[in-house]
Design a protein around this ligand. Structure first.
Ligand SMILES: Nc1ncnc2c1ncn2[C@@H]1O[C@H](COP(=O)(O)OP(=O)(O)OP(=O)(O)O)[C@@H](O)[C@H]1O
Ligand SMILES: [Mg+2]
Length: 614
């Protein structure tokens, strides 16, 4: 056993749950054969060469025994098919057999790896394709980090099964059956001795192995817990330091680390017992066989070559049996892994494709109407988020959504983008039910500057061009100029090629926001959604960006969500949302005039009670 810490992946693989083996689960697993299907010729070649390599391996003890017999018997060794051979001749055959075995092993290993890796590449592709097209509701109910690591661990397990376990099972089966047969041919009585002792050895090995695995799993679980602490604290290192919580985290780590040590020490005794037992059993077994065999040799019942052959076959058979338990547990894990991957592949995806709908206009006019929409998030079905919400926007209109945090403003835009479907009520776009439009096409007509802008880890230019893949540099620059981002981008030494870091961490919040605005400008949508689009900008930049946004909003229906009411004063309509309902609707002047309205209250908080109109 190596003393180095296992990697996260090894820990994950070790902790993979096993699935029961029954007809149903095995059939499901065998359906994965379709990933091997395209490479079946090569797979078959791998199997055949594997069989030959195992057969040559099986011939080794036979030839090694013959070598000794050839040296000791006056007439040379007698080999099946080849007849009587001299020492040099047997040595030549042995050398040839070993060489052929190596060549066959090379071939089968290469074939299995190639087939396995190609099939896995296909499987990974299919998994990602499925993941990325799953509806938002799916992601709300699962932790994404857990999901990705689960898929990668499951696929690694399937990889191990295809590339290691499957060839191993074939090889060991040949060794086991061939070995026992050849032992039996050599000496029936010796075979009986072996068949009587081996099961005890195997039972003991399985018993100790289980014990040991339980302890090492415990160690690895604890180790994974400590690794989680390291990961979490390093990800949020700024918070740890800002709260001066280093000592607290260190204590937390120490406690977890002590549990790792305790579990590892618990495993140590069993490991030592196991090692001692294994040595005793292996060498003891050989001693018994040798002793018994030497007796036969003494009485002249077998030759020295036969005894050699015999001892070697015994180790083959014992090795095969010893591996059986491990291989069986591999199969169980693989069945479990394939089940989970199949579950993922069975999840219904969103139909984002199919752009060729009939009678689709080139562009939406941008009329939007929510009619008595009720909605709750699938992840939290007990909480109604939108209740009987009705809201209409004419083409080109600017509608502001204001209201307390958690009122449901972002949720309205999520329904507009059809991330979720209303529970009841309707969403009409240009007078047609939103569900009548192909999803990809509909989303292509909208752009959003989201509340929390996360950029992709590439360059600034790549992030802007995401709005309209294939747009040229001039268009990118123009969009950035309109978003008031061109200046700061060109201020960077590398300009538009500047890498933004993971999720855009190398940019300030306001810079990220302006890049998101540039992206939306480039997309040129019929419906625009600005969710707190200027919240991270200073007053001066906000004014500049506001100018850009005013231009951007020309001729498009725009939903503007803002907490700073000064930003929405010029909207055509302001809808005040509270607890999932529209509680007030009107222009800034109308709403400010209502004596005890929520809008008036909110604006007097922001602009001062004496000056509700700002
Ligand atoms: N993915 C989600 N799953 C479950 N509940 C959610 C989800 N997203 C939001 N919610 C809940 O729905 C309610 C409305 O959230 P929403 O994001 O629409 O509020 P908001 O009006 O945009 O608030 P803010 O002004 O703070 O952005 C909140 O109570 C929130 O906790
Ligand atoms: Mg919001």
């Amino acid at each position: 056993m190596s003393r180095r810490d296992p990697s996260q992946e090894e820990i994950a693989l070790e902790r993979l749950p096993k699935a029961p083996l029954n007809r149903e689960s095995l059939r499901e697993t065998l359906m994965f054969a379709r990933y091997v299907q395209p490479y079946r010729a090569r797979f078959l070649a791998g199997l055949v060469t594997l069989f030959f390599s195992a057969t040559f391996g099986l011939a080794f003890p036979l030839l090694a025994g013959a070598l000794i017999d050839a040296a000791m018997k006056p007439g040379g060794a007698h080999l099946p098919l080849l007849g009587a051979l001299s020492l040099a001749q047997v040595a030549a055959v042995l050398a040839g057999s070993v060489t052929l075995q190596a060549l066959c092993s090379f071939n089968s290993s290469l074939a299995f790896n190639r087939v396995g890796q190609s099939a896995l590449a296909d499987l990974r592709h299919e998994c990602y394709q499925r993941l990325i097209t799953l509806p938002m509701a799916f992601f709300g109910q699962r932790r994404v980090g857990e999901l990705t690591s689960r898929v990668s661990t499951d696929i690694a397990q399937i990889e191990g099964a295809l590339i290691d376990a499957l060839p191993s099972i074939c090889r060991q089966t040949v060794f086991l059956i061939g070995g026992i047969t050849l032992i039996a041919i050599t000496s029936g009585r010796l075979t009986l001795v072996i068949l009587c002792t081996l099961p005890f050895l195997i039972a003991a090995a399985v018993f100790f192995g289980r014990r040991l695995r339980r302890y090492s799993r415990e160690t690895q679980d604890q180790l994974a817990a400590t690794n989680t602490i390291v990961e979490e604290t390093l990800q949020a290192i700024a918070s740890v330091k800002a709260f001066a919580n280093e000592a607290f985290e260190l204590k937390r780590y120490e406690a977890a680390n002590a549990r790792v040590l305790a579990a590892a020490l618990g495993a140590a005794r069993w490991r030592a017992v196991f090692v001692a037992f294994f040595i005793l059993a292996l060498f003891g077994g050989i001693v018994i066989v040798l002793w018994f065999g030497a007796g036969l040799l003494q009485r002249g019942e077998i030759s020295a070559g036969e005894l050699t052959r015999f001892v070697l076959y015994t180790t083959f058979v014992a090795g095969a049996m010893g591996q059986a338990a491990e291989l069986f547990s591999q199969i169980q894990k693989t069945v479990g892994a394939t089940q989970r991957v199949r579950e993922l592949l069975r999840e219904p995806a969103e139909a984002t494709g199919a752009v060729a709908g009939t009678g689709l206009p080139a562009r939406l006019r941008g009329e939007v109407s929510f009619e008595a929409v009720n909605f709750r998030y699938p992840a939290r079905p007990e909480m109604a988020v939108l209740r009987e919400l009705s809201l209409a926007a004419q083409p080109g209109e600017r509608i502001a959504l204001v209201g307390p945090s958690g009122a449901g403003k972002s949720t309205i835009t999520a329904l507009l983008l059809r991330f979720y479907e209303p529970e009841s009520g309707r969403l009409l776009i240009d007078g047609r039910d939103a569900r009548d439009y192909p999803l990809g096409w509909l989303r292509g007509q909208m752009a959003i500057v989201p509340q929390d802008v996360l950029l992709f880890g590439g360059s600034i230019a790549e992030n802007i061009v995401y709005g309209r893949p294939g747009a040229d540099d001039a268009a990118i620059r123009e969009a950035a100029r309109l978003a008031n981002a061109d200046d700061f981008i060109r201020g960077f030494p590398e300009g538009y090629a500047t890498l933004v870091g993971d999720r855009g961490v190398k940019l300030s919040g306001g810079q990220r926001q302006r890049i998101a605005i540039a992206r939306a400008i480039l997309k040129n949508p019929a419906i625009l959604i600005l969710d707190e689009a200027t919240s991270s900008l200073d007053s001066e930049s906000e004014q500049l960006v506001q100018g850009a946004l005013d231009r951007l909003m020309q001729g498009r229906t725009t939903f503007i969500i803002a907490h700073r009411l000064a930003t929405v004063r010029n909207a055509d309509k302001i809808a005040v949302i509270e607890a999932g309902r529209v509680v007030e609707l009107g222009t800034h002047d109308e709403l400010s005039a209502r004596p005890d309205g929520l809008y008036r209250r909110l604006s007097s908080l922001q602009f001062g009670p004496g000056n509700p109109l700002g």
